[in-house]
Design a binder for this molecule. Structure first.
Ligand SMILES: [Zn+2]
Length: 416
């Protein structure tokens, strides 16, 4: 009916408002507090539970027991890996499944997800299968390195891990992501918007071919908005979720796209890989040191003879897990920094083509925040440790405060 067709989109509704700060209605605020509290408790519980499970497996000598079994099955190392790795990892995943299920239940309860349980479980199984295949090969290689170079394995493994990581980032958009979601060229469904996005890119001296702008069908699974840059080299692309395009106005979408273009232009994928490589270097080194020290001290009690035995895997996983938890603030801090840079870029690039670009950007953020019940007042410690993006309230404050700020490109263009 015409009336239904004419009903304004959330983006159009918010465009009627003047945003001065990130604000929520009392009902939204209550939900956002509930969701925030639950998410914090859930992630803390997952972390502690993961540690406790691995410690229990080590104390119960699960690794040595499983090692005896696989050594009876075959003398071939690869066949041993083929059994040992999936059995251990699947055991861990199944023990952690109830927490994952609860997480999805929460997403559904808050209306962030509309994905049915069958579809969710199928995604879980696919993710699990991919992880097991990759981990079996990776750990088979890792243990071969440990046995051949007991002192230097951490360095050789790191040297191999860097190109492997790059290969994963390269193939992810074409091989991994399509396993979970459907991607189509944006031009197929939104030719007008594609032209607008391309001309925005063009105005920044950047040519982004149609073939690199994709629409992801996210609406089957979630109600939230998103866009991102993925891949590198021949697979580098910008992906916009269909929810974003459908519910935001063209100027709001242009700002989101401008932000993503910032990631694209400023080579954030490469920077991300470089930072990951550095963290992996430290991670491999520390894991080797700590594993050796732990086995020297407790190896007899745990029945782990050396790091090169399959039985050491629960210990290696525990150490790697603890180290990556401790490294989280480094990764989060880096991520928040590049996200802010992308905000600056998005604002600078939309300013010449959008009337009141700061307000449009603030509206886009307000909408993003409302849609996902983003919590307005996270503790600075939590932000420091976990947040991959600056909190929404901060991003809104930035775009509004920078209305008259000299962002170089814009300053030149606005000069009368
Ligand atoms: Zn971003």
């Amino acid at each position: 009916m015409p009336a239904a067709l004419a009903s304004p989109s959330p983006g159009e509704v918010i465009a009627q408002r003047t945003i001065t700060a990130y604000t929520l209605t009392p009902d939204q605020l209550r939900k956002s507090e509930g969701l925030h509290r639950t998410s914090v408790v859930l992630s803390l519980t997952s972390l502690i539970f993961g540690i406790v499970v691995l410690m229990a497996l080590i104390a119960l000598r699960f690794g040595p027991m499983l090692q005896r079994v696989v050594e009876r099955i075959s003398g071939k190392r690869f066949v041993q890996a083929l059994v040992f790795v999936p059995v251990l990892l699947l055991t861990l995943s199944i023990l952690e499944l109830p927490l994952d299920i609860y997480g999805h239940h929460i997403s559904r309860a808050y209306g962030l997800s509309v994905q049915g349980w069958g579809s969710w479980l199928s995604d879980w199984a696919k993710g699990e299968a991919l992880t097991l295949i990759f981990a079996t090969f990776a750990l088979w290689g890792l243990y071969a390195a440990i046995r051949r170079a007991p002192r230097r394995w951490w360095l050789y493994s790191w040297l191999v891990s860097v190109p492997v990581m790059a290969a994963i980032v390269f193939i992810a958009p074409v091989i991994v992501e399509p396993i979970f979601n459907r991607f189509d060229p944006l031009a197929n469904t939104n030719p007008g918007l594609t032209v607008q996005l391309q001309s925005l890119a063009h105005s920044a001296g950047l040519e982004i071919p149609e073939s690199r702008i994709f629409l992801m069908r996210a609406s089957d699974k979630v109600t939230t908005y998103n866009a991102y840059v993925t891949g590198f080299g021949a697979t580098k692309r910008i992906v916009v979720w269909d929810n974003t395009v459908r519910n935001m106005t063209a100027p709001q979408t242009l700002f989101i796209f401008g932000h993503e273009m910032g990631h694209y232009v400023l080579h954030h994928i490469y920077w991300g890989m470089a930072v990951t490589a550095l963290l992996l270097f430290a991670g491999f080194r520390l894991t080797q040191r700590l594993a050796e020290a732990a086995i020297q001290r407790f190896g007899e009690r745990w029945r782990i003879r050396s790091v090169g035995e399959w039985s050491s895997l629960p210990l290696l996983l525990l150490l790697a897990g603890l180290l990556s938890f401790l490294a989280e603030p480094l990764g989060s801090g880096f991520s928040r920094r590049i996200e802010h840079q992308a905000d600056v870029y998005g604002l600078a690039i939309t300013r010449p083509v959008t009337k009141d670009a700061s307000q449009v950007a603030a509206q886009a953020f307000q909408l993003l925040g409302e849609k996902s019940y983003s919590y307005p007042n996270p503790s600075p410690f939590l932000v420091f440790w976990r947040y991959s993006h600056p909190p929404i309230s901060q991003r809104i404050r930035f775009v509004l405060s920078s209305a008259g700020l000299a962002i170089p490109e814009v300053h030149i263009q606005e000069r009368p």
